[in-house]
Design a protein. Structure first.
Length: 370
């Protein structure tokens, strides 16, 4: 009896969630902080905090990683890491110091052999190896306007970054190493190493690679746009929230559903990225822009019948951390009759479970001894 009662209770909860509470709770952002010095020999410290929305991370997780072996540029994503570059320029006055600041960040991420990953994945998972670190470094440097390439040492199975500077690095503690390509000297920037304060600087090359040859990989084929961005700040960003509301839980194919919501605290002219999935992978649906009151809305017409999950994401800014909305479910049917059938079936299911619980409760009362 207790078993059937438990099953009935579980079924009731499930039906109530599906029918009356179609929106699931939002997930917390991924937050990591890194120390920076104002100069490789400097003493002033800054603490940079990077926040990544779960939907942005899952977007890159679902991307195709099985690209051609030498298609390294596809893993360089400058736009998504642009806020980091903007903050680095707030404390660095030239390209060499900027590049060394990027290396300080990478030297604080634990080294662990891994498959190819996009920079957002490396930052969120807080681990990587020579190539994944190089993708992160190249992305931030490109976002900051630097001329960079990837340097691939095929025989040594190693990768680092080449930084195009107009003159030899001033802060290199040894003879500066570089590769010349199309009239430009690209100075070696080694991204591995665990000592961020005394780690490799631009122009310094690990001894085992000093005499090695490397292929110069240009990055004109890198990712040009991203569905969102990480947020970056030297202060502890204030938490924010974002809502998502659907005008209907059920629509007929060919009909539109209004997607709306708001940022709290209100922030105007902010990009809101809305994702949708009908299987295991999230994909970009649309980028909204908030109005003067921090609100956004737009109609969407699903192209096919099915069950969709929808959520909104805000990347945050220098004052507020990124935020994720609740996940809302939308059922799209081929005609109105199916909508009626679905709703009626769910109502009937709730009623039947309620009746079953009532009978179980009555039986238990009658079975108790006087």
């Amino acid at each position: 009896m207790s078993s059937s009662r438990s099953i009935a209770a579980a079924a009731t909860v499930l039906l109530m969630i599906v029918f009356f509470m179609p929106c699931l709770c939002s997930a917390a952002s991924f937050v990591h902080s890194y120390w920076l010095l104002d100069h490789p020999e400097g003493s002033t410290r800054y603490r940079l905090t990077i926040s990544t929305a779960p939907s942005l991370y899952e977007h890159y997780l679902s991307r195709n990683h099985n690209l051609p072996q030498y298609d390294f540029a596809a893993f360089v994503t400058p736009n998504v890491l642009e806020p980091i570059a903007e903050d680095l320029w707030n404390i660095y006055g030239d390209e060499e110091n900027f590049a060394n600041g990027v290396l300080m960040i990478l030297h604080q991420i634990p080294y662990n052999e891994s498959d190819r990953r996009f920079p957002v994945e490396t930052i969120v998972e807080n681990q990587g190896d020579c190539d994944t670190f190089s993708y992160v470094a190249a992305s931030i440097m490109m976002a900051g306007g630097l001329d960079v390439v990837l340097l691939y040492y095929e025989d040594e199975r190693h990768m680092n970054v080449g930084v195009g500077l107009s003159q030899s690095p001033h802060d290199a503690r040894s003879t500066a190493h570089y590769f010349s390509f199309e009239g430009q000297n690209y100075y070696v920037a080694e991204c591995t190493g665990g000592n961020w304060q005394e780690g490799w600087r631009v122009g310094e090359c690990p001894e085992e690679f000093e005499s090695a040859s490397a292929a110069v990989v240009t990055l004109e084929d890198c990712e040009q746009e991203s569905p969102g961005q990480v947020s970056s700040s030297y202060d502890s960003p204030t938490s924010s929230s974002i809502s998502l509301i659907l005008s209907s839980m059920y629509v007929v194919r060919g009909s539109r559903v209004l997607i709306s919501g708001s940022l709290s605290p209100p922030r105007s002219h902010r990009n809101i990225t809305v994702y949708v999935r009908s299987d295991s992978s999230w994909r970009l649906l649309k980028v909204f822009v908030t109005d003067e009151n921090g609100m956004y809305s737009s109609a969407w017409e699903p192209s096919s019948a099915g069950v969709y999950q929808i959520r909104a994401s805000w990347s945050g800014d220098s004052e507020y951390a990124s935020a994720e909305s609740n996940v809302c479910t939308l059922v799209v049917t081929v005609n109105n009759r199916l909508v009626v059938v679905v709703v009626a079936a769910m109502v009937l299911g709730v009623v039947m479970v309620a009746v079953l619980l009532a009978r179980e409760s009555k039986s238990m009362i009658e079975a108790q001894p006087e």
